[in-house]
Design a protein around this ligand. Structure first.
Ligand code: CP3
Length: 354
């Protein structure tokens, strides 16, 4: 392999001598250079320009020294190919022009055509495949999380219309889950064919469901997605988003390699709830990045100490970075994760005579 591969090794639960680290939302507004680009272009305009999208993807690799890149894109991008118009509105998030609420609305959704409608994204991946020295993670939004935007029409706190459809019109709900499941499978297969080295499915808001509802209304679709991707050798990550700790025991039938944990679940508890079947990724509270460095390092150390008890740990945040995070602190944190984990892991290897 021509790139640093600790991230891929950790996804496969292989031994590493230093923990891999990357941050969800690592390309973003905490970086003044990114903010300059955003003065000229919107997120969607950046995504339309493969050279620029590749450059933005690479910015945190150079600046922070992280071990994986995440494609600069948004979970909403493939939705355009379903035939749904949307905008990403500043300080709000995705806004859908005509929300999807009835059986007819769901029926109208087209299968996505990646080559025709999303070739700019594949082109960005091809550029990155040539230029990166770390693995590229591409991603898709999970059906529940995408459905919540399509149905509500904008970000929601209660998911009231989403739940209304789920409970009142289960046939429409499952038809929508099927179509969005197909979207995720087609889209991620195309990413891997273009050079992505791992994929992550973001289910940021599924923690809004009770475990019993997750089991009935979402788990079958998630099982199908990972089952249909299981012939691909590239690691697959499922991130069940914020407040997902209680859902973890219900994920163990899903054929992912890695599960992302939010910051409310200690790493060892997460592993136990997942029956030790997966590598785990996480889970520093992103808001701690406003704290003094000594507090950040103490919490990072506690997470690493648990994470390093077994192979299969990737250091990350418990959710995405936010604009107020400090670039300097992120750099220091990355260096700290590398140096602290290297000293512990090399000592562990010496003791076991490896
Ligand atoms: O660096 C990276 O992680 C790669 C880029 C990335 C973006 N969105 C770019 C973006 C990724 C992985 C996403 C995923 C995404 N998008 C998720 C899942 C991850 C999560 O945070 O839970 C979700 C729920 C979305 C939908 C979305 N897009 C929201 C809720 C927002 C926030 C609105 C805001 O202004 O904060 C966006 C906009 C968005 N997507 C931004 C970025 C960098 C911020 C606005 C901008 O810079 O234009």
């Amino acid at each position: 392999m021509s790139y640093r591969d600790n991230f891929i090794k950790a996804c496969r639960k292989e031994q590493v001598d230093t923990l891999p680290v990357w941050y969800m939302r690592q390309a973003g507004r905490y970086d003044p250079d990114y903010r300059k680009i955003k003065e000229k272009y919107t997120l969607l305009e950046i995504c339309q320009q493969p050279e620029l999208a590749a450059e933005v993807t690479m910015m945190p690799i150079k600046k922070l020294g992280v071990d994986a890149a995440i494609l600069y894109s948004d979970i909403m991008n493939p939705v355009a190919s379903l035939g749904v118009d949307f905008d990403i509105v500043k300080d709000i998030g995705p806004v859908i022009h005509t929300p999807v609420r009835t059986a007819q609305d769901v029926e109208r959704l087209r299968p996505i055509d990646v080559e025709k409608d999303l070739s700019h994204i594949l082109q960005t991946i091809r550029i990155l495949d040539k230029e990166l020295e770390v693995p590229l993670i591409s991603f898709a939004g999970a059906p529940f999380t995408i459905a919540s935007y399509l149905i509500e029409g904008k970000p929601s706190k209660s998911y009231i219309r989403t739940k209304q459809m789920m409970y009142s019109e289960p046939a429409v709900w499952f038809a929508l889950m099927d179509k969005l499941g197909d979207m995720v499978i087609t889209y991620l297969r195309a990413h891997i064919a273009s050079g992505a080295k791992a994929v992550q499915v973001f289910d940021s808001w599924v923690g809004a469901l009770s475990p019993a509802d997750f089991d009935v209304y979402v788990r079958p679709t998630m099982m199908r997605i990972f089952q249909e991707l299981s012939d691909l050798k590239e690691p697959k990550i499922y991130f069940p988003g914020v407040s997902s700790g209680e859902l973890l025991p219900y994920l163990t039938t899903i054929q992912a390699d890695v599960i992302g944990l939010d910051w409310r679940v200690p790493i060892s508890v997460g592993r136990e709830r997942l029956q030790n079947r997966y590598a785990v990724q996480g889970n520093l509270d992103p808001y701690i990045l406003t704290a003094p460095m000594s507090v950040i390092e103490a919490q990072a150390k506690a997470i690493m100490d648990e994470g390093m008890k077994q192979p299969g740990f990737i250091f990350n945040l418990g959710h995405g970075l936010f604009p107020e995070a400090s670039l300097e602190k992120l750099k220091e944190l990355t260096t700290f994760v590398h140096s602290y984990s290297h000293s512990v892991l090399t000592q562990q290897a010496e003791k076991s005579g490896v």
